[in-house]
Write a protein that binds this ligand. Structure first.
Ligand code: NDP
Ligand SMILES: O=CC(=O)O
Length: 290
């Protein structure tokens, strides 16, 4: 099956590689074209523009940073609207809000194309290992056709109904994740400042009802102040912001998420936007007394 892939960041690169490893022919495009080189060495073709990729491929997958990025490849010059038509499927796996997804869906379907949003839960390693959790919504026919793709990329896919539902579910999940990361950061700092060993806290947490892969994986590297990005902090803050907007829309009070968002914003202000989201720990730490 020939698949187009737009966006070769941390996630897109791992996902496109995985598709090729599993026998898919992949045509890639990335805004910074040089990022296509490594994929080409592994057998990918390059499309000069998003429109060129859609022209060539029956299915095009997109994995971009945020709503402006997702919109730019659709509505911009040489964007996919210049090529999408009946018989073409467009699958946006970026994490965006429901309004953005709906706007893209309406544009794609107005040209006769099929649209599916399919944001994912799971980070760089699950993307490399084909262990993502896929939260799809939109055209059910396209979802059914895309199952062989999702079977390679993920360990489980959900079809959640109308466009927007996948985006909303993803934002809820990441709102919880961002709040948990803040709680862990505060716990590590409180342990340290109370004269206890934060490594022991991680061991205690891992043995009890709060044990989870995120604390287990991120905790030890946080204690080394090592924040090589798997999930960039700027994207986690974007997800908190979009989740809070969803709360606003539905009159759901979310003081915990709002406080977590402030910590991610503070971390961005400290120059940590491109670090892993666990770098929020640095924003939570109590400054040393002179
Ligand atoms: N990393 C993770 O663990 C996870 C991320 N996600 C979500 O997946 C999406 C991608 O994340 P990730 O791969 O980590 O992000 P990266 O920051 O690594 O990559 C972002 C990609 O978006 C492209 N891009 C940014 N702005 C534009 C624009 N205006 N026009 C065209 N392309 C643009 C970048 O191109 P260029 O190379 O030119 O900068 C790059 O290909 C995000 O929505 C994120 O929230 C979801 C689950 C896990
Ligand atoms: O969106 C990030 C993730 O880890 O899932």
């Amino acid at each position: 099956m020939e698949v187009g892939f737009l966006g070769l960041g941390i996630m897109g690169k791992a996902m496109a590689m995985n598709l090729m490893r599993n026998g898919f022919k992949v045509t890639v495009w990335n805004r910074t074209l040089s990022k296509c080189d490594e994929l080409v060495q592994h057998g990918a073709s390059v499309g000069e523009t998003p429109a060129a990729v859609v022209k060539k491929c029956k299915y095009t997958i997109v994995m971009l940073s945020d709503p402006p990025a997702a919109c730019s490849v659709v509505f911009g010059k040489d964007g996919i609207l210049e090529a999408v038509c009946s018989g073409k499927g467009y699958i946006d796996m970026s994490t965006v809000d429901a309004d953005t997804s709906t706007k893209i869906s309406e544009a794609v379907t107005s040209k006769g194309g099929q649209f599916l949003e399919a944001p994912v839960s799971g980070s760089k390693k699950p993307a490399e290992d084909g262990q993502l959790i896929i939260l799809a919504a939109g055209d059910k026919g396209l979802y059914d056709e895309a199952i062989p793709i999702f079977d390679v990329l993920g360990k489980k896919s959900f079809f959640l109904g109308q466009v927007g539902n996948g985006a909303k579910m993803k934002l809820v999940v990441n709102m919880i994740m961002g709040s948990m990361m803040n709680a862990l950061s505060e716990g590590l700092e409180l342990t340290d400042k109370s004269g206890l060993d934060p490594h022991t806290l991680l061991d205690v947490l891992d043995l009890g009802a709060m044990a989870n892969p995120m604390f287990k994986m991120k905790g030890p590297s946080m204690l080394k102040s090592s924040y090589h990005p798997a999930f960039p902090l700027k994207h986690q803050q974007k997800d908190m912001r979009l989740a809070l907007a969803l709360g606003d829309e539905n009159a759901v009070s979310m003081p915990v998420a709002a406080a977590a968002n402030e910590a991610f914003k503070k971390a961005r202000g400290m120059g940590l936007a491109d670090m892993d989201f666990s770098a929020v720990y640095e924003a939570v730490k109590v400054p040393k007394q002179p």
